[in-house]
Write a protein that binds this ligand. Structure first.
Ligand code: E4P
Length: 220
């Protein structure tokens, strides 16, 4: 599977790349805007933070297919092997088809429905990103959407991968992996929750206390 961080925090990427088997970093316009660093500066920094070994994802801003294709070229001029995120609208689908014809890899984003996601894969997207928590937040079932999308892709677009996105809890991410997702992207807080549970700290403190009581030290 591929594990990505969904962030523009360069220092955090450096820190977590040491700990997690990271496949790369995803961003979206809000994530980039939050860090206030323009993409031409940020993307090379993220690339370096991954030691040049990870895959980067950045999103187009235009609303027309022509504009999206032009944005894709601008982003790829910054990072040549970048995956271009394209919202799955009517214009976005046309842009994905053009970019596929040019050999530029894309991710269909802002996916709230399994059928919407399937269309982006059929248009040529390499990845499809369903928004799990946002679907839940509007009264839908994010995990069911992922399950349906995963099955649709395996039946009808086996070359495309679900890259599940928009998580608020580790459980949501695990449910996606159990549904068979080959890739997920986690915000920093959710990624850290996998290893920073208070019960873990308490268990380790108890081991030290028992060792100290028996041997008068906490080392081997
Ligand atoms: C990924 O493609 C999305 O941009 C991102 O995961 C959305 O996450 P959010 O719903 O937490 O903003």
């Amino acid at each position: 599977m591929e594990l990505y961080l969904d962030t523009s925090d360069v220092a955090a990427v450096k820190r977590l790349a040491r700990i997690f088997p990271l496949a790369g970093v995803t961003t979206n316009p809000s994530i980039v805007a939050a860090g206030k660093t323009p993409v031409e500066v940020l993307l090379p920094q993220l690339y370096d933070a991954l030691d040049g070994k990870g895959r980067l994802f950045a999103q187009v801003m235009a609303n027309t297919a022509e504009g999206m294709v032009a944005d894709a070229h601008k982003l790829r001029a910054i990072i040549p092997d970048l995956v271009v995120k394209v919202p799955v609208t009517a214009e976005g689908l046309a842009a994905i088809k053009c970019l596929k014809a040019e050999g530029i890899p894309t991710l269909g984003t802002a996916v709230y429905g399994a059928g919407q996601g399937l269309l982006s894969a059929l248009a040529g997207a390499e990845y499809v990103a369903p928004y799990v928590n946002r679907v839940d937040a509007q009264g839908g079932d994010g995990i069911q959407t992922v399950n349906d999308l995963q099955r649709l892709l395996s039946l009808h677009a086996p070359g495309a991968k679900v890259l599940a996105a928009s998580f608020k809890t580790p459980r949501q991410a695990l449910e996606c992996l159990l549904a068979g997702c080959e890739s997920i992207t986690l915000p920093l807080d959710v990624a850290q929750q996998f290893i920073a549970a208070p019960a873990v700290d308490a268990a380790i403190a108890k081991f030290e206390q028992d060792w100290q009581t028996a041997f008068g030290r906490t080392s081997i």
